[in-house]
Every structure is written in C-alpha cells, then in structure tokens.
Design a protein around this ligand. Structure first.
Ligand code: G6P
Length: 372
C-alpha cells in the first residue's frame, strides 16, 4: 500500500530516500567520543585479528560490489592483502585458506546460498568468518564466527540500495577497526576518516536533494539500447554497480568498465550519442587519476559519446567535457562511493519507470537467492 511505501510510488524510492538514516544508524554507537572504533560485536579475539595475514571477501550481486570497494579501504588502511571473490566462484577453485585468513561474507539477506556455501567451506579450512549482514538471526550470521549488522532496516525492493550503502559503511568500519587493533602508521588518517564518516549521512542527504536533473536525464534516455559506465579506483566498482542497477531495473544493456581499460576494447563501442556515465575521482589527493580520467572523457567525447559526468563539487576541469554534470559533495577518495552511487540508483529507477517496468519486482529476479 501507499502507506507502507511512506508516500513514495515504490519501495525502491522509499529505500533510496532512507539512505541518510541507514548510514547514520549503521555508524551509531560504533565510534566513541575520542574517535576510536567500538566494534565489540565483532567477537573475534583481538589476538586473532592481529595474526590475520589475508582477508578474503565473498559475496554476490550488489554485495560483491561493496566487497570490491572494501578491498581498496582494507589494503590501504591495514596493509593486509585482500581478495574479493564472487561466492559462486570461490569454493569451486580450491582457494588457499588457513587459520590466518579472515573471510568476510557480505549479504543483505543472510540467506544467499552461494555465500553460505563459501563461508562453510572457509570455516572447514579453519578460517575465521565475519558476516556483514542486514538480517538479524539469518543463516549467514548464525554460521559465522562473528557478525557486524548493517542497520539499513528491512529492504523490500529487489534491487539493493540502502543495504549497499550500509554494507560500505560496515566495510569501512571493519577496515578501520583492523587498522586500529593492529596499530598502523595511518593512525592520523584513520582519525580523520572516522570524522568524515560521521558527515556522510549529511552528504548523502545533499545528493538526494539535487536529483531532479538526473531524473529528467533518465527519462530522456528511455529509448536508448545501451549505457556504458566508466570509473577508476573505487569509482570502478561504482561503475559496475551503476550498470547492474540498469540491467536489473531498466532491462538495458549496461556495462561497467575500468576507465584505464578503455583503450583495450571498450572504446570500440563508442558511437554517436551513446550515453556514457563517468565516475570521476576527487581532484585532490589522487590528482594523477583525476587527470587520466579527464583525458578519458575527452577521448570518448571526441568519438561522439554523450558524457554524463559524476564529479565532486568544485571540480572545474570536467566542465568543458560534460554533456551532463552531476555534482557530489567533497569526500575523501575512499568514501566517494557513498555519494557517487546515489545518482546511479535514481537514474536506474527513473529509467525503469519511464520504460514502464515494475521497479520493485523486476522480471526474473528474486530478492534472495536461496538456491545455487
Ligand atoms: C539477489 C538480489 C540482489 C543482491 C544479491 C545478493 O540477486 O536481487 O539485489 O545483491 O542477491 O544478495 P544478498 O542478500 O546476499 O546481499
């Protein structure tokens, strides 16, 4: 009913709108007044966490994209090597696991069969498993050594939105916590990031307040067959997530690419008026990447692409090459996915609506895939 949807036409729109609160709730009580992480829920002894020499993240679908982003954060803040693997691929290839491997299973529902099977396999090899999950008491947290719950609240729409943002928050918290318990040379940076994380609910709210032009753009593209997404660094998994959302909801051909791979194939796809969404990293801090992606935008535009550029407020370098410019608030590089994903969710939802698709229940998909 309309009441259940909180006055929105679809659960997906309601859940997109709930993201600032979901992010805030997932941070709540987990950072103390001094800016230290308080993750007592992670009931894996600190002594064990100090011995971890490899992190392996397993997940499916949107949760897998959260895992891809987590890798950048975990390796940067902890210097522990981190692999991310689709749960469905993981246990069929005889992966290397032992007692010093920390496996993180990310799942909104806590019932995805492939993820469950992957964590069972990891525990059989003696690895510790930490679940990042949105559903209290579901199978994946019950079978794990510990769980960090995302507090997104129930997610009804099949396409994941607020659960994804809270998975990112949980992944950042785990990465920072591992850094904290192990003592890292990034202590100052960690303190700054903790402070920046607490500002993210407001940043997501700001993005939500500027989505009118994105919806209008989406409607104007309803007749298109293909949309490409490019990103780099943490913007690459954001591009993959933007493409997945469009497939799920709009039933369009959509692909995400690492912008650096453009010359190795994807650029051959560029033709007149092809919409290409580009997720641009902050010009501060990672300026080399920023320059490279600006040249990518120039290259595709010179070949006729219609460029839809997602860039930080104040990033003027992209302006001449953006046919459509979507601004997101300034954030540290690693946190940018929390704001950059939001326009892509709105874009896919609006395109689906314009194409007459069922937004909350896309054809052929299930919210929770409990078979292999
Ligand atoms: C299904 C859903 C996706 C979700 C994936 C993983 O395919 O439609 O939205 O990302 O499962 O689900 P999980 O519950 O494990 O996060």
């Amino acid at each position: 009913s309309a009441a259940e949807k909180g006055g929105h036409d679809y659960f997906m729109l309601k859940e997109i709108a709930e993201q600032p609160k979901a992010v805030a709730d997932t941070l709540l009580g987990r950072i103390d007044g001094a800016g230290s992480l308080r993750l007592d829920e992670v009931r894996i002894p600190v002594g064990v966490l100090r011995q971890v020499d490899k992190v392996v993240i397993v997940a499916c679908g949107t949760a897998f994209h959260a895992g891809l982003i987590a890798k950048y954060a975990i390796e940067h803040w902890t210097r522990i090597p981190c692999e991310v693997e689709l749960a469905s691929e993981f246990r069929y290839r005889d992966p290397i696991l032992d007692q010093q491997t920390l496996v993180i299973a990310v799942s909104q529902s806590g019932e995805t069969m492939d993820t469950l099977m992957a964590l069972r396999h990891a525990r059989e090899q003696g690895s510790k498993v930490l679940a990042i999950c949105n559903t209290n008491g579901s199978t994946i947290p019950r079978e794990s050594d510990a769980v960090l719950y995302t507090h997104a609240g129930p997610e009804v729409a099949v396409a994941s939105t607020k659960a994804f943002l809270t998975q990112l928050v949980a992944c950042y918290l785990v990465a920072l916590y591992l850094g904290q318990v192990r003592g890292t040379k990034f202590a100052d940076e960690i303190r700054d990031v903790v402070r920046d994380l607490s500002r993210m609910p407001g940043a997501v709210e700001r993005v939500l307040g500027t989505m009118g032009p994105v919806r209008e753009l989406a409607r104007s593209l309803a007749g298109k067959g293909t949309v490409l997404f490019l990103g780099r660094h943490v913007g690459y998994p954001v591009a993959l997530e933007g493409a997945l959302k469009l497939k799920e909801l709009a039933y369009m051909h959509a692909e995400g690419f690492a912008a650096g791979e453009l010359k190795h194939g994807p650029i051959a796809l560029i033709e007149e008026d092809l919409p290409v969404v580009v997720v641009v990293p902050s010009p501060r801090g990672r300026s080399v990447l920023h320059d490279k992606i600006v040249s990518n935008i120039q290259e595709i535009r010179a070949r006729g692409a219609r460029t839809i550029v997602i860039a930080e407020e104040g990033d003027e370098a992209v302006v001449p090459y953006a046919d459509h410019l979507v601004r997101v608030p300034v954030t540290p590089t690693l946190l940018q996915p929390l704001v950059a994903t939001v326009p892509l969710q709105v874009f896919a939802c609006e395109l689906a609506t314009a194409r007459g698709n069922e937004v909350d229940q896309p054809r052929n998909l299930a919210k929770s895939v409990t078979v292999e």
